[in-house]
Design a protein around this ligand. Structure first.
Ligand code: S3P
Length: 436
């Protein structure tokens, strides 16, 4: 699917933030483990959560969806072996979290995904799971994943070599599913939705800050409670709208119900430091997660240096932050972001390739990129390849706000994995995007 975004200077209006992808996936996994009647609202009806939902049904869960409402029904059997392989589509979170759940439950399963997921590293999850006593194998570090029943041991402790919420969550879910104590150290603080949600559902989870990181311990003893769950809006999706609002020359927009968990929203502080005109109002707590409304107006941005622990808290926003950097005065340097090379695409390569098409001066490093602000004027439509990566596609569509003849982005269908209403939302704010 090729999308064309026309240039405009005016953006205005109020929109709702779509449900959080990470939280939607966790809510159905933990809800299925609870095996009680649970209803989930605000669920992201996008391809990634849907592939996780059908994976859960394949192992015996009884989950149905109606628009953004999910119903989990209590069933007689906890989980059963799937009769076929499980396809997690494009979802790294789906595959890695399901690995923990399936290994902890003692099932036998084979997990595959789409072309992008089949190239993503899985040893980061299978190594600790096997350390716990699971029996998980992969193919030279990549999917397909074969899981056979193992014996999960008690008191497993793991120091994560990389800061990854997916790895942490997979180990925690294996502990919860097998009812065994686990303790995990993360070297820098990553998104803590799994911990917040397990606590919300009544489990004993302890989180203690240690050096620059955190130690998380699950101690069995409590039963998961039957509780309904409200998913907050996805900060990573809101980031596209926030930066669109900042770079458009005449804009005033508001985004309602945005998840503001500090382990996710590091981008706000960075954008404010860059000169962004951003205001947060109506802060509230929903199902244990901080939420609020974000107000954005056109701003003159300036470059900044970004590195260290904050990278884990902005990891999914770096593609769109690169567009803000391309529109800023001066240089923005992002380092310590090597993980971007193993996302849905090699995002550092994909960002660099798009910036090259926009003729934005930049330098690519092994673990980051340095971008000199300024998109030179061009009399042509700029053509970009998204490398099949939803966040790259949406980022470069937004760059059309600074490209006179508009931007055409190829390979956009994966926008449906995380933000199915992206095109509609941008159109409603005044940025015309249509299929070519
Ligand atoms: C996610 C964690 C992050 C993030 C991904 C979603 C999650 O990945 O990039 O989009 O839901 O836990 P890592 O854990 O690999 O850093």
């Amino acid at each position: 699917m090729r999308l064309f975004a026309k240039n405009t200077s005016i953006l205005s209006g109020e929109v709702d933030c779509p449900g959080d992808k990470s939280i939607s996936q966790r809510a159905i996994i933990i809800g299925a483990l609870a095996n009680q009647n649970i209803s989930i609202t605000g669920f992201l009806n996008g391809e990634d959560p849907l592939s996780t939902l059908s994976a859960l049904n394949q192992i015996g869960a009884d989950i149905s969806i109606n628009n953004n409402e999910v119903t989990i029904n209590e069933r007689e059997m906890i989980f059963t072996n799937p009769s076929n392989f499980i396809d997690l589509g494009n979802s790294g979170t789906g595959m890695r979290l399901m690995m923990g759940l399936i290994a902890g439950t003692g099932l036998k399963a084979r997990l595959i995904g789409d072309e992008s997921l089949m190239k993503r590293p899985m040893s980061r999850v299978s190594i600790p799971l096997n350390g716990m006593g699971a029996n998980v194998s992969n193919l030279k570090g990549l999917p397909p994943i074969e899981i056979k029943p193992g014996v999960i041991r008690d008191n497993f402790a793991y120091d994560m070599p990389i800061a990854s919420a997916q790895v942490k969550s997979s180990i925690l879910l294996a502990g919860v599913a097998s009812n065994k104590k686990v303790s995990i150290f993360e070297p820098s603080i990553t998104r803590d939705h799994t911990e917040i949600m397990l606590k919300h559902f009544g489990l004993n989870i302890k989180s203690e800050e240690e050096n620059d990181g955190k130690r998380i311990t699950f101690t069995p003893g409590n039963k998961l409670l039957a509780k309904d769950y409200d998913v907050v809006g996805d900060f990573s999706s809101a980031a596209f709208l926030i930066i669109a609002g900042l770079i458009a020359s005449d804009s005033k927009i508001s985004i309602k119900n945005v998840g503001l968990n500090p382990t996710r929203s590091g981008l706000i502080d960075i954008l404010i430091k860059m000169g962004g005109n951003i205001e947060i109002k109506n802060k509230n707590i929903l199902s244990g997660e901080l939420v609020g409304d974000i107000f954005v107006e056109s701003s003159v941005l300036k470059g900044v240096n970004i590195s260290g622990g904050v990278i884990a808290n902005i990891i999914d926003e770096i593609p769109i932050l690169s567009i803000a950097a391309a529109c800023a005065e001066g240089t923005t340097r992002i380092s310590d972001a090597h993980e971007l090379r193993v996302k849905e695409s090699d995002r550092l390569e994909a960002i660099s390739s798009g910036l090259t098409k926009l003729k934005v001066k930049h330098e690519l490093f092994e673990d980051g990129i340095s971008i000199d602000g300024g998109i030179p004027e061009s009399n042509k439509v700029i053509e970009i390849d998204s490398y099949g990566d939803h966040r790259i596609a949406m980022s470069f569509l937004i760059s059309s706000l600074k490209v006179k003849n508009g931007v055409s982005v190829d390979n956009c269908k994966n926008i449906y994995t995380s933000y199915p209403n992206f095109v509609e939302t941008m159109n409603s704010l005044g940025l015309p995007i249509n299929e070519q």
